[in-house]
Write a protein that binds this ligand. Structure first.
Ligand code: NAD
Ligand code: TYD
Length: 350
């Protein structure tokens, strides 16, 4: 079979950039990355991928129907992996509208364009947060009813329902994955783990919401990438797969592990007001992915957190650029007039 071309949306973000790197290193596919480079998109996350002859970076929005249609046709895209999203719960509480625009309308735009272009498969990268919150026992499975509690998770659940509808109504070949919390290199330091690493490194207080006993099921980002590839290449059409590492930790346990890795005192922990609607516990039963597709996570939490802390310490320049906002100019520096890379892009900015 000829080499496939995949459109990866949100590829300059945390999981997207790890996925693009994985696809270029571990498979022979060609990748077109479409990313609007919002505050969460950082071109330096893709620094080592930009010169690959199998990779094209395009700055633009998934809400731009013309741009998406153009890219699907111009690059003869075989499949779409949709990771572009507004992804932070706290931001969704402050301003939900952009979450609907990107996560719901953007996904609908992609679905319509994919259908019109006859794209072979559409992978929707979703989240376990669409299931809401668990009590002290049990785990989310594919059939768990959707009960999103935050504007973020409500927008992701809405997108999932559109994906389902395109499969049911139009027979589109879709796969939806719902993963638990990821951690690893290139995560924007507004999320728990990189934020705590950044602040602990600077000796600043670590804001823990509520009593710190909320539980998340942590997965190292590369394991999410292998799961996405398994689901994209071998998942059943129309299926949902929940993804998780079986690694439940309270937020306090996570913060303490970071403090230990950085040799910083627990006195930095500061309990602050709880997040409104804060989901108490997430846990994943990934047996469908395991049994059907043979997927297993490769990195346990101790190794993953050590690797993650090491990455942030070794990439102090990345953190400095993010903290100062300099990363927002990387696109103009690379692709703007007089930029280092004279590269034709597919046009269309947000
Ligand atoms: P992120 O915020 O780090 O990255 C999102 C990327 O999408 C950014 O590069 C941003 O520029 C881009 N983007 C935003 N709006 C866009 C638009 N309109 N058009 C094109 N690009 C746009 O997010 P992440 O943590 O990498 O998450 C990626 C996906 O995985 C999201 O769909 C998220 O819901 C899902 N997910 C994340 C986690 C997690 O723990 N981070 C867990 C499960 C699922
Ligand atoms: P986060 O990384 O925002 O992911 P999500 O809300 O999608 O699970 O938060 C992970 C957990 O950490 C969540 O229970 C909220 C908590 N948290 C804090 O206690 N303090 C913080 O500063 C942040 C960002 C999160």
């Amino acid at each position: 079979m000829a080499t496939q071309t995949l459109l990866v949306t949100g590829g300059a973000g945390f999981i997207g950039s790890n996925l693009v790197r994985f696809l270029l290193a571990e498979t022979d596919v060609r990748v077109v990355t479409l990313d609007a480079l919002t505050y969460a998109g950082n071109l330096s996350n893709l620094a080592d991928c930009l010169d690959s002859p199998r990779h094209t970076f395009v700055r633009g929005s998934i809400t731009s129907a013309d741009l998406v249609a153009h890219l699907l046709q111009a690059h003869r895209v075989d499949g779409i992996l949709n990771l572009a999203a507004e992804s932070h719960v706290d931001r969704s509480i402050l301003g939900p509208r952009v979450f609907v625009e990107t996560n719901v309308e953007g996904t609908l735009t992609l679905l319509c364009a994919a259908r019109a272009a006859g794209v072979r498969r559409f992978l929707q990268v979703s989240t376990d947060e669409v299931y809401g919150s668990l009590g002290p026992t049990g785990a989310f499975r594919e059939g768990t009813p959707l009960a999103p509690n935050s504007p973020y998770s409500a927008s992701k659940a809405s997108a999932d329902l559109l994906v389902r509808a395109f499969h049911q109504t139009y027979g589109m070949d879709t796969v939806t994955t719902r993963c638990s919390n990821n951690y690893g290199p290139c995560q924007f330091p507004e999320k728990l783990i990189p934020l705590m690493i950044l602040r602990a490194r600077q000796g600043q207080s670590l804001p823990v919401y509520g009593d710190g006993l909320n539980v998340r099921d942590w997965l190292y980002v590369r394991d999410h990438c292998t799961a996405l590839w398994a689901a994209y290449t071998r998942g059943q059409a129309g299926a949902v797969y929940t993804i998780g590492g079986g690694c439940e930790k309270t937020n306090l346990e996570v913060v303490r592990a970071i403090l230990q890795a950085l040799d910083r005192p627990e006195s930095l922990i500061e309990f602050v007001a709880d997040r409104p609607g804060h989901d108490r516990r997430y846990a994943i039963d990934a047996s469908r992915l395991r049994d059907e597709l043979g997927w297993r996570p490769a990195v346990d939490f101790d190794a993953g957190i050590a690797e993650t802390v090491r990455w942030y310490l070794e990439h102090a320049d990345w953190l400095t650029q993010v903290a100062s906002g300099d990363y927002l100019h990387a696109y103009e520096q690379l692709y703007g007039p007089g930029g280092k890379a004279a590269r034709t892009v597919g046009g269309g900015t947000r």
